[in-house]
Design a protein around this ligand. Structure first.
Ligand SMILES: Cc1ncc(COP(=O)(O)O)c(C=O)c1O
Length: 377
């Protein structure tokens, strides 16, 4: 059997920083949801992003959930959300009994289309919040999106689960909105095996999230609850992994960017392959290297995926848009323009996420590239 290559797998530091901090949690017996690892992990993310407040949580999804609650999203509120994303961007809207309206992508960034967002505001003038997803580590057109939301006085929650470390116009993604959720799931640019964080400059949002995430215990000598709570806080053991992973985040980003550059160069001469180009003033974390095949291409996404699979190599289709998901079919969807096909659907039909594991060697990459190039011969 050929060596297995993963799409994106956990990658601990060579120096074993993570183990050191996990061991420290054991040695000090702080094995619950309080302790130095949590405090230090939150501090290192705050310092890195240059943001004032953070709360480490059990997942990125819980970060989105508590972020929405912090923005006051309640039953029957309308929430605009990127259409081309993972269902975790949308599920928390439903947890709050609110109503999602899906906003199409634009071709340039694959992320939320400012045109579609404008039209969504014409149809639904008073949404409670806008969930903006930065897909595959690419920056959304935040200048325009922020401008539109400001005009309508509606807060943005950034779903930066895939985008930790991406810089756009001198600012990290996750610092543009009123609050942002990060994910440390096993396949993300850094991982705590599972985990997430809600970050914000607004202290009140983060304090509330901390309160809700630990079962909403009122300040009393007995257990008293005036609000529904959640068991969403991160464990101090896992925060130790996060603390160590933060020390190699920039290294991981450099490697992800190198992986993308190697693919870009390898496919330069294949007219049927489009790579996504960074915007001016963008430093993407290139969490996943993604390509789109031109419509005329005889090679289709599944041909690439199956050819790689036969060689024990993992790759994926692009996220299937939310408006095409059976579970969300009753919700409204606002298209980018009047074209027959929505942008997100078109990208879903033509896109492939290539192996982007930071542990790949030059030889591994050459293997992948050769398999793909062979299909185009
Ligand atoms: C865009 C997006 N949003 C949200 C999530 C949810 O994060 P988590 O798995 O940590 O709950 C993920 C990844 O899993 C994601 O890719």
């Amino acid at each position: 059997m050929n060596k297995k290559i993963y799409l994106a797998s956990p990658h601990m530091s060579d120096e074993e920083y993570e183990l050191k901090f996990v061991k420290y949690a054991f040695e000090t017996n702080w094995l619950s949801t309080v302790g130095e690892n949590i405090n230090e992990f939150e501090s290192s993310v705050k310092k890195y992003l240059n943001i004032k407040n953070a709360v480490a949580l059990a997942s990125g999804t819980s970060g989105i959930h508590l972020g929405l609650k912090g923005l006051g999203v309640e039953k029957d509120d309308i929430v605009f959300v990127s259409d081309l994303t993972f269902s975790a961007s949308v599920n928390p809207i439903i947890y709050q009994n609110a109503t999602p309206v899906f906003i199409d992508s634009e071709y340039e960034t694959w992320n939320m289309s400012p045109e579609a967002l404008e039209r969504a505001f014409e149809k639904y003038p008073n949404p409670k919040a806008v969930v903006v997803v930065h897909l595959y580590g690419r920056a959304t057109n935040m200048e325009k999106i922020t401008q539109i939301c400001k005009k309508h006085n509606v807060p943005i929650l950034e779903d930066a689960a895939e985008a930790l470390g991406t810089i756009y116009k001198g600012k990290f993604l996750g610092t543009y909105g009123k609050c942002a959720a990060l994910s440390f799931n096993g396949n993300k640019i850094i991982t705590t095996t599972g985990g997430g964080m809600l970050v914000s400059d607004d202290e009140e949002i983060i304090n509330k999230a901390k309160f809700w995430s630990t079962q909403s215990k009122d300040p009393a000598r007995y257990y008293q609850h005036s609000q529904i709570g959640y068991n969403y806080r991160m464990s101090n053991v896992l925060a130790g992994i996060g603390r160590g992973q933060m020390m190699v985040l920039e290294e991981r980003i450099s490697k992800k960017r190198e992986i993308f550059d190697i693919y870009k160069k390898a496919f330069e001469k294949i007219d049927d392959i489009e790579v996504t180009i960074e915007k001016e003033d963008e430093r993407s974390n290139r969490w996943l290297s993604v390509i789109a095949l031109k419509e005329k291409s005889k090679v289709k996404p599944l041909d690439i995926i199956e050819a790689l699979e036969n060689e024990n190599i993992e790759s994926r289709l692009v996220w299937k848009p939310m408006h095409l998901q059976p579970v969300f079919k009753k919700y409204d969807f606002i298209k980018h323009d009047d074209s027959k096909i929505a942008v997100g659907e078109d990208l879903f039909n033509r896109g492939v996420c290539l192996p982007s594991d930071t542990k790949m060697t030059q030889e591994d990459m050459q293997r992948i590239i050769n398999i793909i190039l062979k299909l185009f011969k």
